[in-house]
Design a protein around this ligand. Structure first.
Ligand code: 13P
Ligand code: SF4
Length: 354
């Protein structure tokens, strides 16, 4: 959708006034009207790595969701201030694991006698508290682009993994990339006593999956895959690993948002693609590659934006940039020191993965 020219001009002017003092990061799911102002775009791994790339910038404006801004704050120095243009840009998946629930889970594992042998691996899409828990208990963070390497590392440290909070990324990586079976995985439900699991089930499991999911990627179904294959003969189905296991199992290619973009860049002219991820990104890719004769469609018939990613719109970005240009620090995301030190341990383990 075309952006309001007045707002575009105001964003441009505020950014120019700030100059090197501001560094704008944009996740691939952001709206076109926002992504045009990003100095760097990326998947959540690339953005975590790039957050510290401009130490001279006083402000990091994070166009993405809350857990990404927290991670940027953790990975940068105190002098750099991370700003999230709308504080309501959370992530429903990250909200599915609270610090209290995870502490309770660890007690359940301890009582079953398996905590010692368990290494927590937490998806980037989690609060700083969960990352701190992970760091404290010898675990690592992962993203959708390094989940296999994170699990390889974790199984060198221990016999079991507690995977938080996305059951699908955990299950898909274990089964698709690590050669485990579905029976090696159990689902820990934080709303049931003892997670709904017996001590024997916990002892037998290799992967203890937290019962969290992404509601955006959860919309894709096996029917979506079958329908599109019928509608478009020869189509390649490319999905994000946050999709359900049966969707991933039926797809041709699976990977992070950055992987999806790279795959389409390398695709030959005339090829056809159905993409199972957030719609802002799919639409942008469909437009970008139309001239090269690559046909790109959304995997499902209904639309699915990530509503919280979409909260960052041009009016919010303009407001944040103009406030900063006037010397008003707004919407700062700052993780407390104690949480930060343990969360950083877990994030640095991820950044050090081979
Ligand atoms: P990636 O950008 O790492 O693929 O993650 C997608 C996502 O859901 C971020 O919230
Ligand atoms: Fe969270 Fe899903 Fe939105 Fe990503 S797409 S930010 S996992 S709700």
């Amino acid at each position: 959708s075309p952006s309001d020219p007045d707002l575009v001009e105001r964003a441009r002017a505020a950014k120019e006034k700030l100059g090197d003092k501001v560094f704008v990061l944009g996740h691939h799911y952001q709206r076109d009207e926002v992504i045009q102002f990003a100095d760097v775009t990326g998947d959540s791994f690339k953005l975590a790595r790039d957050a510290a790339a401009r130490p001279e910038a006083e402000y990091i404006v994070f166009c993405g969701v809350h857990f990404m801004a927290e991670s940027a704050d953790i990975l940068t120095g105190d002098e750099q201030k991370v700003v999230l243009p709308d504080l309501a840009a959370g992530c429903s998946m990250a909200d599915m694991a609270t610090a209290e629930q995870v502490a309770e889970c660890w007690d359940v594992l301890t009582e079953a006698g398996v905590a010692q042998a368990t290494v927590p691996v937490s998806y980037m899409n989690s609060s700083a508290d969960i990352k701190a828990f992970t760091g404290k208990h010898g675990g690592t963070i992962c993203t959708s682009s390094n989940a296999k390497r994170a699990l390889d590392w974790a199984f060198e440290q221990g016999e079991k993994v507690l995977f938080l909070p996305d059951q699908h990324l955990g299950r898909n990586t274990a089964v698709r990339d690590m050669g485990m079976s579905l029976d090696d995985c159990v689902l820990y439900n934080p709303h049931k006593p003892n997670g709904g699991l017996t001590p024997d089930e916990l002892r037998a499991a290799k992967m203890i999956l937290w019962r969290g999911h992404c509601s955006v990627h959860g919309r894709f179904s096996l029917d979506s895959v079958n329908d599109v294959r019928e509608r478009i003969p020869g189509v390649n189905v490319l999905v994000h690993p946050e999709c359900k296991h049966e969707v991933v199992a039926a797809a041709d290619y699976v990977g992070s948002t950055e992987y999806i973009i790279k795959t389409l860049e390398a695709a030959p002219a005339g090829s056809k693609w159905a993409i199972g991820t957030e719609l802002n990104l799919v639409r942008r890719l469909a437009n970008r590659f139309a001239d090269e004769g690559k046909e790109i469609v959304f995997l499902d018939k209904t639309v699915c934006f990530c509503s919280t990613m979409n909260r960052i719109d041009l009016p919010h970005l303009v407001w944040a940039l103009e406030s900063l240009a006037e010397g008003n620090l707004v919407n700062r995301i700052q993780v407390d020191r104690e949480t930060e030190s343990f969360a950083k341990l877990a994030l640095e383990r991820m950044l050090a993965l081979p």
